[in-house]
Design a protein around this ligand. Sequence first.
Ligand SMILES: Nc1ncnc2c1ncn2[C@@H]1O[C@H](COP(=O)(O)OP(=O)(O)O)[C@@H](O)[C@H]1O
Ligand SMILES: [Mg+2]
Length: 280
Amino acid sequence: MRCIAVINQKGGVGKTTTTVNLSAALARRGYRVLVCDMDPQANLTVHLDKRPDLEGNTMTNLLVEDTPLQDLVQETSSERLFVVPSDTSLAGVEQVLANRIGRETILREAIEAFANKSEFDFLFLDCPPSLGVLSANALVAADHVVIPMQAEYLSLQGMAKLIEVIMLVQKRLNPQLAVALVLPCMVDSRTNLSTEVLREIDQYFGTQLARTRIRNNVKLAEAPSFGRTIFEHAPDSNGARDYEAVADELLERLGMAKPVTAAEPVEAKPQTDGELAAEG
Ligand SMILES: Nc1ncnc2c1ncn2[C@@H]1O[C@H](COP(=O)(O)OP(=O)(O)O)[C@@H](O)[C@H]1O
Ligand SMILES: [Mg+2]
């Protein structure tokens, strides 16, 4: 099972949108995918049509009471896509764990115990907009990170801090952690990324910058209020095409072949901008 943290301590950059729709794209390809909401704001939980205040079992139970992960998994309306919800109680976890020894490894241990018992191919962690205990748990548990970012000059401030934290986690707690993709989100399709921004991203991340750009797309912004993924809400939108392309790119980065299930014909691969041709 691959464990991927979707992280950026800046809010509103596309973490939750990416977690939901990248996961859904992988589920459509036949993978079994679990997403965990690590954000007390519970946007992911709502996006997948769960009600934060009514879901009894959330990430808080896992982190504070050691409830096994398998007891928290819920189905979603998408086949092969499952969720562990959060609610506002997750905001208190930081304090509750403040003095607990080994607080950064709670999630990793839970996932290790779970991995043997489950048949998931992917586990995604939708991180909160901060670099506290919750994000630390995600970085320690993950083998890869995906960093959604807005491709403006200003949004690059903070990248240095994020990289510093990732490197610290690599050094101290999780040597295998790697950046899989840096994903520009909400890109204005009429303009290219400025050379200034591209140079800056290149300096920080080099080849980890995704070829795919997630364009600004109103359907992506609408989908959460319907509690649907983009593939349920607007399968023919640019948003759906872009996240299909990210899924392809992620699989390529991870060196994973696409599974072909007998039950489902393989769909034609969407080509957004001809950049996918170099596969294989
Ligand atoms: N590509 C996009 N086009 C249009 N709106 C988007 C896009 N990606 C995200 N949004 C919207 O922008 C807001 C912030 O995105 P979100 O994924 O919640 O960010 P984060 O999880 O980083 O805080 C949300 O309202 C979301 O619906
Ligand atoms: Mg979010």
